[in-house]
Design a protein around this ligand. Structure first.
Ligand SMILES: NC(=O)c1ccc[n+]([C@@H]2O[C@H](COP(=O)([O-])OP(=O)(O)OC[C@H]3O[C@@H](n4cnc5c(N)ncnc54)[C@H](O)[C@@H]3O)[C@@H](O)[C@H]2O)c1
Length: 378
């Protein structure tokens, strides 16, 4: 370990904590040339930022992200703020020559995403988007199984992301905790927030999506806005379902909602091929279900693989076979891969360009929901 990477993190909420934990842990478990240094955290409230900095070990605090980006001692900018700020920060960080780690979705829409891609590519700075589910070992393993050809020709890809936390009509929109309900801050509702994860995994495992037909619904039409104090129209999609066609000929079925009473973060996906199928469930994230039609007839059935063996992706870095790891480890794996890529001078996916593909599918889904027509992903 010889090189340092000075991190400047903007935003210290849910993802700020997940990323800070990843930076703190990564070199304990992975042998890497680079070591992240928690140089500065940026948030608008200095006092709160100082409390966060002290708790997580950041050396300094900024209250204006422009000041953070201007600092010579910052090598990489980590964008952990609401979606409407991603583009402006990323474009400025790229112009300043910083490596950029940006939270998902890449942007509010693909026009913004294109601009962000152009900025990082013109500046030649390393860039990555935090679609962290790719680095859950069971999900990485699913990708390896599909790539190995064990499933044969793929017929179906199916994914859900179900929650239930916005059912109450009394829940306001906007402001610190509830920016996800405010279209001006989030860009969209479950499509950009939850389905974007499902789409990223799907594109990674099953290839491009060519066309979509979608429906969305906003069940609660008006909510009080925290920032204005007024009751305002809700502009986000509360629920979204879409059908799609993949370039490999398979059919896709995706659903997401925040109105599925009883479900908190039920991200599931299933892939059905001519010879075998697999499925995964975030609530049981260290398991991968696998069915192989070539198994002996009377013993044929779904295998529940506990993805904790040293030979499984990333697991050789952790404890001993049989001991599970969790959600936070997906971020640690992503940082480890990013630092490894930096040492080798290689891009690490999902790059901004990869994440733009997800953004384009989200845009097509929302356009189809508006028009009611099948829409090509362009
Ligand atoms: N990868 C994932 O699984 C995942 C999970 C949750 C959120 N996210 C994404 O991460 C991003 C942040 O989401 P979150 O859940 O951490 O939100 P959050 O509300 O918990 O935190 C947002 C942070 O941004 C700060 N902030 C807002 N405006 C700012 C400004 N102008 N300057 C500096 N700081 C500012 C807030 O103070 C807060 O600390 C979003 O893009 C979201 O979509 C990704």
């Amino acid at each position: 370990m010889t090189k340092t990477l000075n991190i400047g993190m903007i935003g210290y909420g849910f993802m700020g904590r997940a990323h800070s934990n990843a930076y703190a842990q990564v070199n304990h478990f992975f042998d890497l040339e680079y070591r992240p240094v928690l140089k500065a955290v940026c948030a608008r409230d200095r006092e709160k930022a100082q409390v966060f900095a002290a708790k997580w070990g950041y050396e300094s605090v900024e209250t204006d992200w422009r000041e953070l980006i201007a600092r010579k001692d910052i090598d990489a900018v980590d964008i952990c703020v609401p979606n409407n700020l991603h583009k402006e920060i990323a474009v400025a960080a790229a112009a300043a020559g910083k490596a950029i780690l940006c939270e998902k979705p890449l942007a509010m829409n693909s026009a913004e995403g294109e601009e962000m891609c152009r900025a990082v590519e013109a500046a030649g700075v390393p860039n990555m988007v935090w679609y962290n589910y790719r680095r859950v070992p069971a999900v990485t393993f699913a990708k390896q199984i599909v790539d190995s050809g064990k499933l044969g020709k793929i017929f179906h890809y199916r994914a859900n992301f179900l929650q239930d936390w916005t059912i109450s009509a009394d829940l306001p929109q906007g402001g610190t905790a509830l920016w996800r309900l405010d279209v001006a801050a989030a860009g969209s509702g479950v499509t950009g927030d939850l389905l974007a994860h499902c789409i990223d995994t799907a594109l990674w495992i099953n290839g491009s999506i060519t066309s979509v037909t979608a429906m969305t619904e906003t069940f609660v039409k008006e909510r009080k806005h925290v920032l204005t104090g007024k009751v305002e129209k809700v502009g986000i999609d509360d629920a979204c379902a879409f059908l799609c066609r993949f370039a490999n000929g398979s059919l896709g079925l995706f659903e997401s909602t925040r109105y599925a009473r009883g479900h908190k973060a039920l991200y599931t996906f299933e892939v059905n091929g001519e010879r075998a199928s697999l499925k995964w469930d975030l609530h049981d994230l260290h398991r991968l279900q696998y069915f192989d039609h070539r198994d002996e007839g009377t013993l044929r059935g779904w295998r529940s693989i506990h993805v904790t063996d040293g030979e499984h992706p990333y697991m050789g870095k952790w404890w001993v076979p049989g001991l599970a790891i969790g959600y936070e480890h997906s971020f640690i794996h992503q940082v480890a891969d990013f630092l490894d890529g930096l040492a080798k001078g290689q891009p690490v996916g999902p790059t901004f360009r990869d994440a733009l593909e997800t953004q384009k599918v989200c845009d097509a889904v929302l356009a189809s929901a508006r028009s009611g027509a099948w829409t090509n992903v362009s």
